[in-house]
Design a protein around this ligand. Structure first.
Ligand SMILES: [Mg+2]
Length: 189
């Protein structure tokens, strides 16, 4: 029981928001956060959109002005991630293999700061949040922008995510409700 509880904790996000635009970056900055590790696909952009939107460009400019350093951390390929990163003028790591620690560790070496200063942002419990918790980072979950376009392996992760969610529901109903409020049921949006 205790062991299972311990395991499930690794899937529990630090916070949950509908979109990246809803995250209270100002408040987080006041609390000492300075660095952002952010996922690309379905967190910032749907799979079928190549370039950052004007809203994303504005958000990134605002965040940089606020004093944040941002790094893109994506499991997608170099071609996809470099295009977005270069457009936004931020560093990036492609093929991060989340939830493995290796990609996070590369980003941590680059950031070279206290882990408490970092927030990670992503749309998947099985990759973004699990990986963040494994390396001791605060991971924020956002609702996937467009699930219909997800690749087969992400769809598989979504299935596994449902099992994890059921387990979270057993141990921590408040967190379960919080996650479900942004994740929703398994709707094809
Ligand atoms: Mg994603």
């Amino acid at each position: 029981m205790i062991e299972r509880l311990f395991k499930i904790k690794k899937y529990i996000p630090f916070g949950c928001y509908m979109t990246i635009f809803d995250i209270p970056f100002g408040k987080l900055y006041e609390e000492g956060k300075r660095k952002i590790l952010i996922d690309v696909d379905n967190t910032m952009l749907p799979y079928d959109l190549k370039y950052p939107t004007d809203e994303i460009r504005k958000l990134f400019n605002d965040l940089k002005e606020m004093g944040y350093e941002i790094i893109l951390l994506s499991n997608n390929n170099y071609e996809r991630v470099s295009l977005v990163g270069d457009e936004l003028g931020v560093s990036y790591f492609a093929k991060a293999y989340k939830p493995l620690k290796c990609g996070f560790k590369k980003a941590l070496r680059k950031l070279n700061c206290d882990k408490k200063e970092i927030i990670t942002i992503g749309d998947q419990l099985m990759t973004d949040i699990l990986g963040s918790n494994r390396v001791g980072l605060d991971g924020i979950l956002v609702k996937a922008i467009k699930r219909k376009t997800e690749k087969w392996y992400t769809k598989l992760n979504r299935k596994r995510e449902e099992n994890v969610l059921r387990r979270i529901g057993k141990y921590n109903l408040k967190k379960y409700d919080e996650i479900m409020s942004v994740r929703g049921e398994n709707i094809e949006n």
